[in-house]
Design a protein around this ligand. Structure first.
Ligand SMILES: O=P(O)(O)OC[C@H]1O[C@H](O[C@H]2O[C@H](CO)[C@@H](O)[C@H](O)[C@H]2O)[C@H](O)[C@@H](O)[C@@H]1O
Length: 386
């Protein structure tokens, strides 16, 4: 990517003036449920305020997207028109792997391509390094995964790119040798080096928790007060819906519905939809049983990968082999960047067949760990020979 030719600001054309009062008292601070616990089922049958209101969420595809996020295995198989026997499940998965071959089985091919190139690793966190669990605060890596990630970071420039806040994912991973990009790449901390060529990109010099000098790139910093306000509003309006959890990631905010009764998913969607109506500069994306609210800026995990490659002086296709491993829809932006630039490998982590811009696949976090360990072993072997 020629960052120099890009507008330094990734903020898209403003869809309208920001009404200052919107940033203050929010019109939907009232909970969506006026009747507390019984809210979920009644909202399914009767429009809450205006006729047609519930249709908004149904017709704009939110609800369908919510149902298809993290679908149970059976459902995916059914979509592939196969019976539910486990043998058939394997047949479907194996035929899907013809399109997205296993990165483990393709290992020799990968290292062959990596000869004379510098491998650069990008890792998503949830669902990639830690298994998906009900409580986002308890999504930990295994000790084995921790040592595999530490191992790759010793040999290859390695970045964690997460939807979580940078501080949170740093706390969960706890490895200092890594670079961290939080809030879907809207908060990037990377080492100070000769990056004079992109000085105009707007990153600032800062210090990390150990007092070391670092560069910090935060293209959505002007949105911090707005996100904080929306976070508080979302906590308020969803509090009557049992099981919802709202997280503040500083540059974006997430509304989880994994622990919400499916009958109330529409209510969750409606609450978020109502709040977003007053914030034209925010948009919604879907993750694994989570609605993610983020600024309308032209920035995502794909742009973050391009930015990091450029800023670390690793953007030359002939010398560098980027590998991005992720499981979620937001990781598709990064897969797309690699695919379209014919650069390295996007690796999708999935135990069910799904369409992706990735080239390769791994079934689950344990295969991710094995793949990372294999890279370390190979690199140790190569270094020993030289
Ligand atoms: O980009 P990621 O690192 O994959 O972060 C995406 C979201 O991950 C977390 O939620 C997901 O994992 C949780 C723990 O396993 C799970 O309970 C939840 O259902 C998943 O959506 C995180 O809590 C979100 O804030 C991130 O946006």
């Amino acid at each position: 990517m020629d960052l120099k030719s890009k507008n330094a600001s990734p903020v898209l054309a403003d869809p309208g003036p920001i009404n200052k009062s919107r940033l203050g008292i929010h019109s939907s601070m009232m909970p969506c449920s006026q009747s507390g616990a019984s809210f979920s089922s009644s909202i399914l049958t009767a429009p809450r305020k205006k006729p047609g209101k519930l249709d908004d969420v149904r017709s704009n595809g939110w609800l369908d997207a919510m149902h298809s996020s993290s679908p149970p295995r059976k459902k995916i198989v059914k979509d592939f028109v196969v019976e539910h026997a486990s043998d058939d499940i394997d047949i479907v998965y194996n035929s899907w792997m013809l399109k997205y071959p296993s990165a483990l089985n393709s290992f020799d091919h990968i290292i062959n391509r990596a000869k004379d190139k510098k491998i650069v690793i990008f890792l998503d966190y949830d669902g990639t390094l830690s298994p998906i669990v009900d409580d986002p605060d308890r999504a930990f890596m295994s000790a084995d995964m921790h040592s595999a990630v530490k191992g790759v970071a010793e040999y290859f420039p390695t970045t964690i790119i997460s939807g979580r806040s940078r501080d949170k994912v740093h706390e969960l991973v706890g490895i200092e040798e890594l670079y961290y990009a939080g809030s879907h790449g809207m908060d990037i901390m990377f080492p100070v080096q000769d990056t004079a060529s992109i000085d105009h990109m707007g990153y600032v010099r800062s210090t990390d928790k150990q007092g070391k000098e670092v560069n910090l790139f935060q293209p959505a910093s002007e949105f911090i007060p707005m996100i904080d306000k929306v976070f508080k509003t979302l906590v308020e309006v969803t509090k009557a819906i049992t099981g919802t959890k709202v997280e503040n990631h500083k540059f974006c905010t997430s509304v989880h519905y994994r622990n919400v009764d499916e009958k109330s998913w529409l209510a969750v969607a409606q609450c978020v939809h109502d709040v977003l109506k007053d914030y034209p500069r925010l948009r919604l994306t879907h993750g694994r049983k989570v609605l993610e609210v983020r600024p309308v800026i032209d920035w995502d995990k794909g742009r973050a990968v391009e930015f990091l490659l450029e800023s670390l002086g690793l953007s030359n296709n002939d010398d560098v082999l980027p590998i991005y491993i992720g499981d979620d829809r937001t990781d598709e932006d990064a897969f797309k960047v690699l695919r379209e630039g014919n650069r390295g490998y996007g690796i999708l982590v999935s135990s069910v067949p799904k369409e992706s811009k990735a080239f390769l696949s791994l079934r689950d976090t344990s295969e991710v760990r094995d793949f990372l360990k294999a890279l370390v072993k190979w690199k140790e072997h190569v270094d020993k020979k030289n």
